[in-house]
Design a binder for this molecule. Structure first.
Ligand code: DCP
Ligand code: MG
Ligand code: MN
Length: 337
């Protein structure tokens, strides 16, 4: 069993994990093969966490989740220093262009392929395409800025900025910066905010007011689209672009507002990482539960598609959730699977 409590290991195996991560990106962006992409990323994360340098691929045989074909790939990297399959893909100009297109916020693999097929070869070409969604337009406009990683300190500052505004609009509301920031990563791809109010009702309608105020303060780029906004009875979501007044670059920011009953589940889900989420959701399934960002539900019946109960098992803290799943509690910095 993998220990979920391992502290971060130094980068002993970056030379092995880097090509696997690159393949993961290509599988997602070019082939829209999310399953294969995920498998490569999962194995790369595992290699990164090993407390020793792998010198013989056979050593990996006993690690759960590393199968024969991955071992063959590690073997190839160890003996030749590269992965021929990856080198071939990277040398292919269609692959390069589709990866570039798919790196734009608001452009997924399907649209990237469509744009390529329509004859576009550069981002400049793409910017003239009339079929682009409004999100893709914003994504293109800020592409250079939002492609940069965000230093930890800037995420802290952006979080504090939003927290102050929330406090002024809705005293007592709670906001936690989740995602890679909460896991302690030195840089982040975006800013993930998870918000609630402990009184159980004041969170309602908060997101719209917050977004309005943040736009007035010119922290948020005014932008709305059906891709950026969604609401269910349990969660209000907004995906946007922001800029802290004291920093030069525009950044991607995600807002999630939950009722208090779901907050602990939302925190687990939006702290991640994604590999941990899949893992604990799978574990929950094997124990007769369904775990989501909104709750932990008991399944009625044994079948794979068995209905989940309507009402969640109450958990006020992340600790309680891990306890219900029978897992030791991992601190956020121990969730870099
Ligand atoms: N998440 C998930 N599955 C996905 C995407 C996200 O479970 N396919 C969860 C886990 C992530 C969290 O949401 O940790 C935030 O998503 P991000 O895409 O912002 O990822 P991170 O914050 O982990 O990393 P980054 O630094 O790239 O933003
Ligand atoms: Mg993030
Ligand atoms: Mn995010």
């Amino acid at each position: 069993q993998d220990s979920i409590l391992d502290d971060e290991a130094p980068d002993y195996n970056k030379d092995l994990s880097r090509p696997l991560l690159e393949l993961s990106e290509i599988y997602s962006n070019v082939f829209a093969d999310e399953w294969r992409s995920f498998t490569y990323r999962k194995v790369a994360n595992k290699l990164d966490k090993l407390p020793y340098k792998v010198s013989n691929a056979e050593e990996l045989k006993n690690i759960q989740g590393i199968g024969k074909s991955m071992i063959a790939k590690v073997k190839e990297i160890l003996s030749t220093g590269q992965l021929q399959k990856l080198e071939n893909l990277k040398a292919n100009s269609q692959v390069q262009i589709m990866q570039l297109f798919a790196s734009v916020w608001g452009i997924g693999p399907t649209v990237a392929r469509k744009l390529y097929v329509a004859g576009h070869r550069t981002l400049h070409d793409v910017s003239g395409d009339q079929s682009l969604s409004s999100m893709a337009r914003i994504g293109l406009k800020y592409h250079n800025d939002i492609s940069q990683r965000i230093p930890h300190a800037e995420v802290t500052a952006a979080g504090a900025f939003v927290r102050d505004v929330i406090e002024s609009l809705c005293p007592g509301a709670v906001m936690i910066v989740g995602g890679s920031y909460r896991r302690g990563n030195p840089t982040c791809g975006d800013i993930d905010l998870v918000i609630t109010h402990p009184d159980g009702h004041s969170h309602k309608g908060l997101l719209a007011r917050l977004l309005g105020r943040l736009q007035e303060l010119e922290f948020l780029v005014p932008f709305s689209s059906s891709m950026a906004e969604s609401s269910t009875h349990k969660v209000d979501t907004y995906l946007g672009i922001c800029k802290h007044p004291q920093y030069p670059l525009y950044r991607r920011i995600d807002f999630k507002v939950y009722p208090k009953d779901s907050y602990a589940f939302a925190l687990v889900s939006f702290t991640g990482n994604d590999v941990l989420n899949r893992r604990i959701r799978y574990l929950a399934r094997t124990k007769g539960y369904k775990l989501s960002d909104q709750g932990l539900y008991t399944r009625v019946g044994k079948h794979k598609d068995a209905q989940a109960s309507e009402v969640s098992i109450p958990c006020e803290t992340e600790e309680e959730i891990f306890e219900k799943l029978g897992l030791p509690y991992p601190e956020p910095h121990q969730r870099n699977w």
